[in-house]
Design a protein around this ligand. Structure first.
Ligand SMILES: [Zn+2]
Length: 129
């Protein structure tokens, strides 16, 4: 096991784990092994060989992304409407691609961060019966 700059298993720091997960890195060793595809988790870390498949983020990343994107976009929409009163089509071509792009960019980062915190807090899914 390779635990670089990480406390013992009983003292997992949630903030370093969150930051490593945000960067797509293993929350335990920091190797870039968390995802095998855009949002597909690796079952185990190929560097330190911890099992990652028991940490399931489920829908939490999507909820957090909606929360974050909404709190960024809605004030910008209201501010632009207050200051410039642009036509409706201008709002459409401005905010819809920004919502989609920001959501797609944030989703793997937030999923990694959620997995990191789950790992730090040792919140595992129940094994199948
Ligand atoms: Zn690892």
């Amino acid at each position: 096991m390779n635990h670089i700059n990480m406390p013992e298993d009983t003292e997992r720091g949630w903030l370093p784990a969150l930051l490593r997960g945000w960067a797509g890195r293993c929350p335990s060793c920091g190797a870039r092994t968390l995802f095998t595809a855009y949002l597909k988790m690796a079952p185990t870390c190929s560097s330190c060989e911890i099992s990652l498949e028991s940490y399931r983020a489920d829908d939490a990343p999507a909820y957090f992304v909606i929360f974050i994107v909404g709190h960024i976009i809605v004030p910008l929409v209201l501010l632009s409407e207050k200051l410039y009163q642009p036509a409706l089509w201008v709002h459409g071509i401005l905010w819809i691609p920004l919502c989609i792009g920001l959501s797609l960019w944030l989703l793997p980062h937030v999923k990694g961060a959620v997995i990191g915190v789950l790992w730090a807090l040792q919140v595992r899914a129940r094994p199948p019966l």
